[in-house]
Design a protein around this ligand. Structure first.
Ligand code: CO
Length: 164
């Protein structure tokens, strides 16, 4: 699938919950995962491919360890703890990076692809990606949360600062 870039309107709309955990959802999730890995990202939200539904896929290893893949349907952050500065980029805002203040740890409630309810406590990099992707579901881009944007040549981006 094609990754939409800012200022595409789909990136600014609020997404709606998924109600059917069917084969169509699973096919869509597979395509999102493929698109995330092809883009070299560590996370992708459905609005980034033009679908305003509450679906995110995350892999903090960028595909190096496929067991790290997380698929979250209708995710909601229910608890936040602490504060952490993160340098972020976004597949929908290519060529830009910026420092964002995020919660250091979050509890997130979500459904799996098969409709099972789960709760995950995430800290550090995983917590940052979850917050970045859930922002997409609310039409928020990381650039809305930074005080100053940096234009960074792609080559200089470190592994830990991959885009989502
Ligand atoms: Co993003």
């Amino acid at each position: 699938m094609e990754i939409l870039r800012s200022p595409d309107k789909a990136l600014r709309q609020k997404s709606e919950d998924i109600s059917f955990f069917d084969d169509f959802l699973r096919m869509f999730v597979d395509l999102m995962v493929e698109t995330m890995y092809e883009g070299g990202g560590v996370g992708l939200a459905a609005p980034q491919v033009g679908v305003n539904r509450n679906v995110i896929v995350i892999d903090p290893t960028g595909g190096d360890d496929s067991s790290a893949l997380k698929v979250m349907i209708n995710p909601k952050i229910i608890t936040r703890r602490g504060s952490i500065e993160s340098e972020e980029g976004c597949l929908s805002v290519p060529g830009f990076r910026g420092t964002v203040t995020r919660s250091e740890s979050v509890d997130v409630e979500y459904f799996t692809q098969t409709g099972e309810k789960q709760t995950l406590t995430a800290t550090g990099f995983l917590a940052i990606i979850i917050q970045h992707e859930i922002d997409h579901l609310h039409g928020i881009l990381f650039v809305d949360r930074v005080s100053s944007l940096k234009i960074t040549p792609k080559k200089k981006v470190k592994a830990a600062e991959k885009t989502a």
